[in-house]
Design a protein around this ligand. Structure first.
Ligand code: TUI
Length: 302
């Protein structure tokens, strides 16, 4: 299954694993890459030396290309950017900001730069700044989100830029067998219904999607009552770690996309990727049948 993305990243299948904070460590990233996609270590707010050691750990597990997701709001972002360039990875994805400042440094180190964007304007800006590809992320995603749905964002980004666009999965890989998140977190994702997905923080300008729990109920109530930014911050400080590491899914932040409602079981990274590829192949086959018009002639632009 060759696409511009598989060629760019020298991978087997066009499947990118989202660089989820606390979740996407060397074990998850390396196993996604081993299975033919490309795994990304989520640097999130971690210190640069943690990122260095995770890159090295991932390279011990697999020779396949791996990447790092750089979260641009991190206080360690300059050091993380440097470590990524020093250690050498196949690709960098970025989130929660504009990575233009690091583009030259990464490209000189031979790294493919793939900004994650939530708007057409940012996609255009990133192409001009030299991005090799773009991930368009809709507001159904877990974690820090923009305003557009994937359904409207993606075709507009496709029309606006000529660099390749990629499909990225996060939530599905949270429940991978190789994912080291707490069992309580995985169980919440697997048990989630459509309406369990909520967005907190709209009033602060940093909207975050997660699964409804005691914390989100308190948070939304506080937002309704115009409680100060500091008090809201206090409620969620360290809360993702609480859910991922300690398994506190009542007071922790259980970040997940709306797609959690469709995720029913734990699977190996290889099983997840094979299933997606199989379904994609079947869809492509169906599309090619529909590409013939009612007279059985092939459509011109099939
Ligand atoms: O970054 C993500 N998802 C994330 S980051 C994260 S850690 C965090 N938690 C709470 C608050 C802030 C960060 C958890 N999940 N996805 C990619 C993404 N990037 N979504 C939206 C954006 C984005 C937003 C604004 C990209 C660029 C942007 O530009 C702002 C600017 O600088 O103009």
């Amino acid at each position: 299954m060759q696409t511009r993305i598989t060629k760019l990243l020298e991978i087997e299948y066009p499947v990118i694993q989202g660089g989820m904070a606390w979740v996407a460590n060397a074990a998850l990233a390396a196993n996604v890459s081993k299975a033919g996609g490309i795994g990304f270590i989520g640097a999130a707010n971690a210190p640069a030396e943690w990122v260095r050691s995770e890159i090295r750990r991932a390279k011990e597990i697999t020779d396949k290309p791996i990447g790092v997701n750089v979260m641009l709001l991190s206080e360690h972002v300059d050091e993380v950017a440097q470590v990524v360039a020093e250690e050498g990875v196949k690709a960098v994805t970025t989130g929660a900001g504009n990575p233009a400042k690091y583009m030259k440094q990464w490209k000189e180190a031979g790294i493919r730069v793939i900004p994650v964007v939530a708007s057409v304007a940012m996609a255009r800006m990133m192409e001009r700044a030299g991005a090799d590809a773009i991930v368009a992320e809709g507001m159904e995603s877990g974690g820090h989100i923009g305003e557009q749905t994937t359904m409207s964002l993606l075709p507009q980004v496709v029309d606006a830029v000529s660099v390749p666009e990629a499909v990225q999965l996060g939530t599905r890989f949270i429940v991978a067998k190789e994912s080291t998140v707490s069992q309580a977190y995985k169980d919440r994702v697997i048990g989630a219904k459509d309406i369990d997905s909520v967005v907190t923080g709209r009033s602060t300008g940093h909207p975050v999607r997660s699964l409804r729990n005691t914390m989100t109920r308190q948070y939304l109530e506080m937002e309704k009552n115009n409680v100060s930014f500091e008090e809201l911050e206090h409620l969620t400080l360290g809360a993702l770690r609480k859910a991922v590491v300690d398994g506190d899914v009542a007071m922790g932040t259980v970040m997940a996309g709306q797609i959690a409602g469709m995720i029913k079981k734990e699977q190996n990274c290889a099983e997840i990727i094979q299933e997606i590829v199989q379904e994609a192949k079947e869809t492509i086959k169906k599309c090619s049948i529909f590409a013939e018009d009612s007279c059985g002639n092939e459509a011109e632009h099939a």
